[in-house]
Ligand binder design. Structure first.
Ligand SMILES: *Cc1c(COP(=O)(O)O)cnc(C)c1O
Length: 373
């Protein structure tokens, strides 16, 4: 789906959606800092009845995936709301490579006896198909973090399911412009809007989108009862960020492809993972399913963890910081992050921004070379 049901291309939808149409109203829905409204008609209290600012964000993101969205305080609040739908004793399946916060949430629930967790390799499509007939929550993340493995999402989302099974796709890395899980048959698509949607490292927010009206109602109720509502300013900034998503993604993906190719030829780089490279293990799947290969590259440098740490200290334009999906390029050594010690010790995850690619390459190349003593 490149086109919204309104007939607009998605890049146009991003710019046009979620605006007030009343004559005389401001062109943008403003940040409305309201907890309650005059009683008598419509809204009464914001936690349950939303505010126009949250709804603008939900309209923009929901439209991208042709579903109905619920916005949350963060990506993890959105993830938690999905897990909250599970019956007690549910079976949850997670990929082997998966966002650490989701793994942490799933494992904490398992430790309390709330549900059981099974891990399956993202590329083991037959095992996922089997799991769809047995599990209550199939959790997929593709491309995955940080190995950028692309799963056979179309095949898995179309597999026969046990009634009531939720197939959830964490679409944060792809964004709804590169991949639309609901079109493939997923029950829910979840975004950390903190990343690409906001795009400026200045907010936390999350959004779940679904085409299942009953599930939408339940997710909305979970937000009302748990109170994991988006902040007013955050929702406003997320909408503003979303306006430029198509442009930012296009530029950052262009940069990422060039950097990935150059890293591949770098004498001090031992491995480059980018779904756009023919050498990537799931490149063929990426070509089939993704409209763009994304802006995240993970690569290993010769010399192990100490060298990788030195590269992080030497970059200047690229910032030594976690997170991803922003206008500025950021990089970190992932195995240095708690819970990520299983990763290759020198793996650097680079989130490519919208700077000039020549400046980015010069910065990266100089930082890598500076580590040779
Ligand atoms: C950041 C992230 C999350 C969590 O989102 P927050 O907004 O930080 O709560 C979930 N999944 C992926 C893939 C992420 O990158």
């Amino acid at each position: 789906m490149e086109q919204h049901p309104s007939g607009l291309k998605l890049a146009s939808w991003l710019v046009a959606a979620g605006r007030t149409v009343d004559p005389g109203a401001s062109l943008n829905v403003p940040p409305i800092p309201a907890s309650n409204f005059i009683l008598g008609q419509g809204r009464s209290y914001a936690r349950g009845d939303s505010t126009p600012t949250w709804e603008a964000l939900e309209e923009v993101i929901g439209g991208l995936e042709a579903g109905k969205a619920v916005a949350f305080a963060s990506g993890m609040a959105a993830v938690a709301a999905i897990f909250d739908q599970l019956p007690s004793g549910a079976r949850v399946v997670l990929p082997d490579d998966c966002y650490q916060g989701v793994v942490g949430l799933a494992m904490a629930g398992a430790a309390r006896g709330r549900w059981s967790v099974q891990r399956i390799a993202l590329t083991d499509t037959a095992a996922w198909q089997q799991a769809c007939t047995e599990a209550d929550l199939i959790w997929l993340e593709s491309p995955s973090n940080p190995l950028l493995t692309v799963a056979d999402l179309d095949v898995i989302c179309a597999a026969p399911r046990k009634p009531g099974t939720i197939v959830a796709v964490d679409n944060t890395f792809a964004t709804p412009l590169n991949q639309q899980p609901l079109e493939l048959g997923a029950t829910v698509s979840v975004q950390s809007a903190t990343k690409f949607i906001g795009g400026h490292s200045d907010l936390l927010a999350g959004v779940v989108t679904t085409r299942d009206e009953a599930l939408w109602q339940q997710l909305h109720q979970t937000r009302t009862l748990a109170g994991a509502i988006p902040g007013t300013l955050e929702a406003f900034l997320a909408v503003r960020g979303a306006r430029t998503l198509a442009l930012r993604l296009e530029r950052a993906q262009y940069n990422a492809m060039i950097l990935a190719q150059r890293l591949l030829e770098h004498p001090l780089v031992t491995c480059v993972r980018y779904p756009g490279l023919p050498s990537h293990p799931t490149h063929t799947t990426a070509k089939r399913l993704l409209k763009g290969f994304g802006t995240i590259i993970s690569f290993d440098v010769a010399g192990g963890a100490a060298t990788a740490d030195a590269v992080c200290r030497h970059v200047r334009l690229i910032r030594h910081a976690t997170s991803l999906g922003a206008v500025e390029s950021t990089m970190e050594r992932r195995a240095a992050v708690a819970g990520q010690e299983h990763l290759p010790p020198s793996l650097l995850r680079l989130s490519v921004g919208i700077e000039d690619v020549h400046d980015l390459w010069n910065d990266l190349d100089a930082a890598i070379r500076a580590t040779i003593t």
